[in-house]
Design a protein around this ligand. Structure first.
Ligand code: PBG
Length: 331
């Protein structure tokens, strides 16, 4: 039983800044942020991504400099994505297994320069390496093969773990991949390498700028609807999460972010495990477009969206605004 007006005036606690601070239910801190970065070949290269204004691809030396900035503002983890040169792409994405590929060189360079001062999360899926832009191996009809892809993903995961990745994050949505990767990591001496499963990943229209960034947009024919989830489905997301947890995921991700907050909330309620949200490239681009159009103020938009993720129950957020947000949070 609660009081009613005028005994109850909910505006009382909102009247002053100190009181609002005192009654705030959730907080965002730099420690909630995972910063996705795009790696490209060369030295001293900064290559701006047109559809992601303010975000660039960096050569490995530049990535190390970004990692140091992240550490300085208290960002605990980076997520790395490679822009693989077209001549290194192939139908089977074999470059993903090359111990000297761009990803592995970036991982090692960060580890050499920064030690354990920052976590390195690596995406597992073949799309940055395939000449057709799909996340796995395809048959003659273009269908993405599940079990053969899982085998390749296991190899890719071990390759990244050997280079020093801390968190393996499979984003491919093949069935059974978490269990296969977990077994392989256990078997090869990487028992402490975590798995953050992109458990509920939707076939979304919000990934366009990312595909530009890794160079797969022009290559991809068709869509990813035979493996990524139907945006209409929420019950199915709970099944996906349940399976990934049963197979050994340490944490789960919901992706995209804001349009799928109901999913993040339900996953947290149902399982009580660490849930992360990926505020994806199209979401970043929407905020930047709003700012450019004079429809909103960047700092306020960014912080409000991050707060929404925390309120929904997320442990953290992957966001291209991470560095900016961390600086804002430091005042
Ligand atoms: C690749 C992958 C994608 C994203 C992360 N990993 C794109 C896709 O599935 O097509 C999207 C991230 C973003 O849009 O920021 N499997």
């Amino acid at each position: 039983m609660t009081a009613s007006f005028p005994q109850a005036r909910l505006r009382r606690t909102r009247a002053t800044a100190w009181s609002r601070a005192l009654h705030r239910e959730v907080l965002v801190t730099p420690a909630d942020l995972i910063w996705p970065l795009f790696v490209t070949e060369g030295r001293g290269v900064e290559d701006p991504i047109a559809s992601l204004p303010g975000v660039s691809r960096w050569s490995v030396d530049g990535i190390v400099a970004q990692a140091k900035q992240a550490i300085a503002v208290g960002i605990p983890c980076l997520a790395l994505f490679p822009n693989t040169q077209p001549e290194r792409r192939s139908p089977d994405g074999a470059e993903a297994l090359n111990p000297d590929n761009l990803m592995c060189r970036a991982i090692r360079a960060i580890r050499d320069a920064c030690g354990d001062d920052i976590g390195i999360l690596t995406d597992v899926a073949l799309d940055p390496y395939t000449s057709h832009g799909q996340d796995g191996l395809i048959d003659d009809a273009g269908y993405v093969l599940n079990d053969a892809t899982v085998e390749a993903l296991v190899g890719q995961s071990l390759n990244q773990a050997a280079a020093g990745a801390d968190i393996i994050a499979p984003s491919d949505m093949m069935d059974g991949r978490i269990g296969a990767i977990r077994d392989a990591l256990e078997g090869e001496g990487y028992a402490n390498v975590q798995i953050m499963a992109y458990a509920a990943k939707y076939a979304s229209a919000f990934y366009g700028p990312f595909r530009d960034a890794v160079g797969s947009r022009g290559l991809l024919k068709g869509d990813k609807k035979t493996y990524q989830m139907d945006p209409a489905n929420a019950e199915e997301a709970l099944r996906e999460v349940e399976l990934d947890l049963a197979e050994g995921a340490d944490s789960v991700m919901v992706k995209p972010g804001l349009p799928y907050l109901d999913i993040a909330f339900r996953v947290k309620q149902a399982f009580g495990v660490p849930v992360f949200a990926y505020q994806v490239s199209g979401e970043y681009a929407m905020i930047e477009a709003a700012v450019a159009a004079g429809a909103g103020e960047r700092d306020a938009l960014v912080l409000e969206t991050l707060l929404a993720f925390k309120r929904a129950g997320c442990s953290g957020v992957l966001t291209y605004h991470a560095l900016h947000a961390a600086r804002l949070l430091h005042g």
